[in-house]
Design a binder for this molecule. Structure first.
Ligand SMILES: Cc1cc2nc3c(=O)[nH]c(=O)nc-3n(C[C@H](O)[C@H](O)[C@H](O)COP(=O)(O)OP(=O)(O)OC[C@H]3O[C@@H](n4cnc5c(N)ncnc54)[C@H](O)[C@@H]3O)c2cc1C
Length: 313
């Protein structure tokens, strides 16, 4: 039984399904994908969680190439601008290729879930020794989600698993999405914002999707976000003002929305790929397998799935 249908949970369920096992997958969301979340404006997807993904490990490079071949993902850019609130845009920095998805990043998780039975929305309340999920016995349980969410689910009897999850620090992010009737900023893909107490990153959604839409997604600083988690809408004017300052935008947007991510990233990722102890309660997600990101979550879920195939047989 897999709890969590983000990319880690689905990669795990995919590995189990491909080995001929039939996992049950539960997620409390109204859609799959977790933090690879998408909001639709009309028919147009906007990535509200992860902005893009990168691929380094040969296993994930292969998956990515398959998505690209099938037109589901595309190389977006390897170059982002740099900016500060004082000086505005200040040149560019080049790094690995960042990939985007035509249908929004969530569509990749949905595609990976083809042939996997997922029940949602289903909010799981407790995992106990057995393992038992809300009174239902399972051969094994996987919690594929941020540590604080997994910790909430574990009964006090699962001492080893609780100990593994205790004391990790996860940071929040407020994501502001704003739309204009026409573009009012220079040509760019994304911006790393430095020296700002409010903003860390801005994605040009029109560039990411390739349709030129005048939409920006701005991610707020974790400390700033933590101070505004209870009233995220009240943070919108300050985030917007910083965004306008950094990009030199003089026209107000037609619409603005703020999405709250209470647990967006672990402050530090673990090197181990996953946890699976004698209780047969597995832990996976982007808190595992190195630097926390989409790729780590995929590899963690997949590795735990393969380990479960061996143990269950
Ligand atoms: C704002 C933001 C920006 C990011 N930017 C990037 C980026 O640019 N590049 C990158 O690589 N990564 C980025 N990330 C990180 C990336 O989104 C994650 O690493 C990845 O999506 C994690 O996947 P996961 O499957 O581990 O967890 P999640 O996607 O969080 O999936 C966990 C799932 O568990 C479900 N769940 C939780 N509790 C329960 C319960 N009790 N019952 C049932 N279901 C439950 C949730 O609904 C969710 O669907 C970003 C994340 C955020 C929030």
């Amino acid at each position: 039984m897999v709890v969590g249908a983000g990319i880690a949970g689905i990669a795990c369920a995919r590995a189990l399904t491909d080995a001929g096992l039939a996992p049950t997958v539960y997620d409390r969301g109204r859609r799959l994908g977790g933090r690879m979340a998408v909001r639709t404006a009309g028919a147009r997807p906007i990535d509200l969680g992860a902005s893009y993904f990168t691929a380094h490990d040969p296993l994930f490079v292969e998956v990515t190439q398959d998505w690209v071949r099938r037109g589901l993902a595309r190389p977006w850019t390897d170059t982002f601008h740099l900016a500060t609130p004082e000086q505005g845009l200040q040149g560019t920095t080049t790094g690995p290729v960042r990939y985007a998805a035509a249908g929004g990043l969530r569509s990749l998780v949905e595609e990976l879930a083809t042939g996997v039975e997922v029940t949602y929305p289903r909010d799981v309340a407790e995992v106990d020794v057995g393992p038992i999920v809300d009174g239902e016995p399972a051969s094994a349980v996987v919690l594929a989600m941020p540590d604080p969410q997994a910790l909430d689910l574990l009964s006090e009897h699962l001492v080893a698993e609780r100990a593994v999850l205790a004391d990790t620090v996860w940071e929040p992010v407020l994501a502001l999405v704003a739309g204009w009737s026409e573009r009012a900023w220079p040509q760019l893909d994304g911006v790393f914002v430095n020296e700002s107490p409010v903003l860390t990153f801005v994605a040009d959604e029109g560039s990411r999707r390739g349709d030129g839409a005048a939409i920006l997604v701005a991610h707020a600083d974790p400390v700033y976000s933590a101070g505004h988690l209870d009233e995220p809408d009240e943070a919108a004017p300050a985030i917007l003002a910083e965004l306008e300052l950094v990009l030199g935008i003089e026209t107000p947007p037609d619409w603005v929305q703020v999405k709250r991510w209470g647990v967006a990233h672990p402050a530090v990722g673990r090197e181990e790929p996953f946890h699976l102890g004698e209780a047969m309660v597995g832990l996976a997600g982007d808190g595992w397998h190195g630097r926390p990101r989409v790729e780590a979550a995929y590899l963690s879920g997949r590795a735990l799935g393969h380990e479960l195939v061996i143990r269950l047989r």
